[in-house]
Design a protein around this ligand. Structure first.
Ligand code: NAD
Ligand code: TYD
Length: 342
């Protein structure tokens, strides 16, 4: 199988590429990534020199580049590229609308023209909005996004749906809950709390800390995506989650316990505007139809994640400071136009 991954230098994309090439060493992966602040090629340092892996620095909104790239005849596209942080979407939504909506449209349109046989759009539980206590969103639940990030992802999901209904384009949407694990940019809850605690900084908990999220280890998400790429049905939506939401406070306290740090580091800060109270998914469809199950327990996953951040302080420091970004920006500017190099 020859696949194109977009956004493969980010957190989930890089974990997916590693998982995929380890599982299927005969397969071929191309990675299209713009290398924004969130994209980091050191996430794939162990993969970079493999003969069946190619990296292309570029923007999913660049239709000339995408069109040229898709002439390489891919069996499937897995579309991760997005702006992904809710807080950034609250400070400024422009990039979210551009990349998440226009970018998805651009790659969908080119994939349709060039008859790509399978297109997996990686979306989020946030499109369903906040769930009441005890309630679970299934794939038929109404979309009710509350942040500009969630709204931009919902718009992209609907574009994929429309391409299936209108053109018979073989698009599939996956909606996963919050991921955690290695290589996650230290602005999201779990890596931020671990890296702050390791550096003796305060751990900012929004509001009362009782918002609930349904955490899934990134490896389990990658396994589910693999099932969807290989056996998912065009036009379908698949929720992917553990089905066991926990409060932010529970997560932060458990991390402090694993790290052996004092609860005094935690501080309650002003709440995020429009902060969704509870995300909770019913993912029985992907289990019953594609045979996927959670394999990493929350406690084991948190321990492994803490250990990874403890062992990689350099990655955290250079990711936070933008050193990696500056290095790769210079490197690719010196190489010249991506289109000409393709
Ligand atoms: P991330 O922010 O870590 O990575 C995003 C990647 O996309 C980066 O490598 C970035 O350089 C690249 N990118 C951004 N704009 C681009 C553009 N215009 N062209 C090409 N590349 C571009 O994100 P993540 O956490 O790995 O999330 C990946 C996908 O999964 C996103 O679509 C996100 O909405 C979805 N998702 C994430 C979570 C989560 O908990 N992180 C949960 C559910 C769904
Ligand atoms: P986040 O990792 O940003 O994911 P999302 O908003 O996509 O769910 O946040 C997870 C939860 O943690 C969310 O309820 C907001 C909360 N949070 C904090 O309390 N403090 C923080 O510093 C951050 C980044 C998040």
């Amino acid at each position: 199988m020859k696949i194109l991954v977009t956004g493969g230098a980010g957190f989930i994309g890089s974990n997916f590429i590693r998982y995929f090439l380890n599982s299927y060493p005969q397969d071929v992966v191309w990675n299209l990534d713009k290398l924004t602040y969130a994209g980091n090629l050191t996430n794939l340092a162990d993969i970079a020199s493999l003969p069946n892996y190619e990296f292309v620095r570029g923007d999913v909104c660049d239709s000339a580049l995408v069109s040229h790239l898709l002439k390489k005849s891919f069996d499937a596209i897995i579309h991760f590229a997005a702006e992904s942080h809710v807080d950034r979407s609250i400070s400024g939504a422009q990039e979210f609308v551009h990349t998440n909506i226009q970018g998805t449209f651009t790659i969908l349109e080119e994939a349709r023209r060039q008859r790509v046989a399978r297109f997996v759009h990686v979306s989020t539980d946030e499109v369903y909005g906040s769930m009441s206590p005890g309630e679970l969103a299934n794939e038929r639940s109404p979309l009710s996004p509350n942040s500009p990030y969630a709204a931009s992802k919902a718009a992209a999901d609907l574009l994929v749906r429309s391409f299936f209904k209108t053109y018979g384009f073989p698009g599939i949407v996956t909606r996963s809950s919050n991921n955690y694990g290695p290589y996650q940019f230290p602005e999201k809850l779990i890596p931020l709390m671990i890296s702050n605690a390791l550096e003796g900084r305060k751990l900012p908990v929004y509001g009362d800390g009782l918002n609930e999220r349904d955490w899934i280890h990134v490896e389990d998400h990658c396994r589910a995506l693999d099932r969807v790429v290989r056996a998912g049905r065009p036009g379908e939506i698949y929720n992917i989650a553990s089905g066991r939401p926990v409060t932010n406070l529970q997560i932060v306290l458990r991390l402090l316990e694993i790290l052996g740090k004092s609860k005094e580091l935690m501080e309650f800060v002003e709440d995020r505007p429009g902060h969704d109270r509870r995300y909770a998914l019913d993912s029985s469809k992907v289990s019953s139809q594609l045979g996927w199950q959670i394999t990493v327990s929350l406690d084991d996953g948190l321990r492994r994640t803490v250990q990874w951040y403890q062992e990689n302080p350099d990655w955290v420091a250079k990711t936070r400071s933008g050193d990696y970004r500056a290095y790769y920006k210079k490197h690719y500017e010196q190489r010249g136009s991506t289109l000409a190099n393709l």
